[in-house]
Ligand binder design. Structure first.
Ligand SMILES: *Cc1c(COP(=O)(O)O)cnc(C)c1O
Length: 377
């Protein structure tokens, strides 16, 4: 490129490693899975995976097998669990790459065993059985447990597979709802043991319950959002949790314009200047995942001062009314970053766009460049 990046997500990899180390220490489970699905919530999957392992993660979690294979192609040898599968998934590539598969049904269990039997490997396939305990997503529900565990025990005896883990996922609807899921989960784990299975990795909690419900931590917690230094709690910041925001989203002002009062700004003129003022053009739009719902609401920092987006977020750009603040083309605009440095948080953006921090960072893409700080450390 013949220019410096003018729309950029800066990813602080040492901050990511530090968050993981801090969480490992404070939560204290024997194993720690860091979830790097969906391009590590927009943070860059391969780089984020290396940083989380450097911070002490013992497992990586992804949604699907393609994501796991991307990690393997990048040379990552840590255990990886993938749990969302194509309807006709054969598991052949997953087993060849030593990816641990989450199994939600007898059909998936059989496909996995068949893949192992057809391979030249004499090592059994490692699987984690997923139980449906109340979220109404994937996982085997209680009436299916007897058949699933019986079949798994038979396939274990044959040497095709080993049920290394049992897991489920919580709704976070309320502590009572999550504890009720935990009770059903315990019954499922007991039923698996009665069927002769000997899983060593029992895991249930993701970020919210890992922090708030210590009895649900078991052998491992699966953390996504916390590792990226974003709080999933309303009224509790990342700093309150001892975490550092990993991503700073910034751009360079591409144009400035001095305009009179009553000037219409961006599509639909939902904003008109209240007085003579300076408008700055920021080259980020919904093409990069900036939510259009943040139009007229989300904060940015320019020249050390906080402003709010003026008018509509468009596909490629938005506008900020900076009043009489001197701002020049090329100046930095920070959308969010570490509040300790005076920047808005991902949570501020989530509130402005009526969504959650997860969605703000995960949707980022398009023409945005990711710059990794601390690569190779
Ligand atoms: C995404 C996901 C997680 C991580 O959730 P966070 O709330 O980001 O910690 C954990 N487990 C499963 C099954 C998931 O799908």
């Amino acid at each position: 490129m013949s220019h410096t990046p003018f729309r950029e997500a800066i990813i602080d990899l040492p901050a990511l490693s530090g968050n993981v180390a801090q969480l490992k220490n404070s939560l204290g489970t024997p194993h720690l899975m860091i979830v790097v699905k969906a391009n590590a919530y927009g943070h860059g999957m391969v780089e984020a995976a290396h940083a989380t392992l450097a911070g002490g993660a013992t497992w990586l979690g992804v949604a699907d097998i393609d994501e796991a294979l991307t990690l393997r192609s990048a040379g990552i040898t840590a255990p990886i669990l993938a749990w969302i599968h194509a309807p006709d998934e054969t598991f052949v590539e997953a087993l060849a790459a030593d990816v641990t598969v989450g199994i939600s049904s007898v059909a998936q269990l059989r496909s996995c065993a068949a893949a192992q039997q057809s391979s030249s490997s004499r090592t059994p396939a490692r699987v984690h059985v997923k139980l449906e305990t109340g979220l109404s997503r994937n996982g085997a529900s209680e009436p299916e447990w007897a058949e699933l565990f019986g079949e798994a025990a038979a396939l274990e005896a044959q040497g095709s597979l080993v049920v290394e883990g049992i897991f489920s996922h919580l709704s976070n609807a309320s502590p009572e709802d999550d504890l009720a899921q935990g009770e059903l989960f315990d019954r499922g784990v007991s039923a698996a043991r009665e069927a002769g299975l000997t899983p060593t990795l029992i895991h249930l909690a993701a970020s919210v319950a890992a922090v708030t419900l210590p009895t649900l931590r078991y052998d491992m917690v699966r953390l996504g959002i916390l590792a990226y230094g974003i709080s999933p709690f309303v009224g509790r910041t990342a700093a309150d949790l001892g975490l550092t925001p990993v991503m700073t989203l910034r751009a360079r002002v591409t144009a400035t314009r001095r305009v009179p009062a009553e000037t219409g700004v961006s599509y639909d003129f939902t904003y008109r200047t209240p007085r003579e003022t300076t408008l700055c053009l920021v080259p980020l739009g919904y093409g990069e995942g900036i939510p259009r719902a943040a139009s007229g609401k989300a904060p940015v920092v320019i020249a050390g001062q906080k402003f709010v987006i003026a008018g509509r977020v468009a596909m490629d750009q938005f506008i900020v009314d900076v009043g009489d603040t001197p701002v020049a083309v090329g100046d930095e605009v920070v959308l969010f970053g570490d509040p300790a440095q005076g920047y808005p948080s991902v949570g501020d953006w989530a509130a402005a766009a009526s969504t959650i921090g997860y969605e703000i960072v995960t949707r980022l893409g398009g023409r945005l460049q990711r710059t990794f700080v601390g690569l190779g450390q």
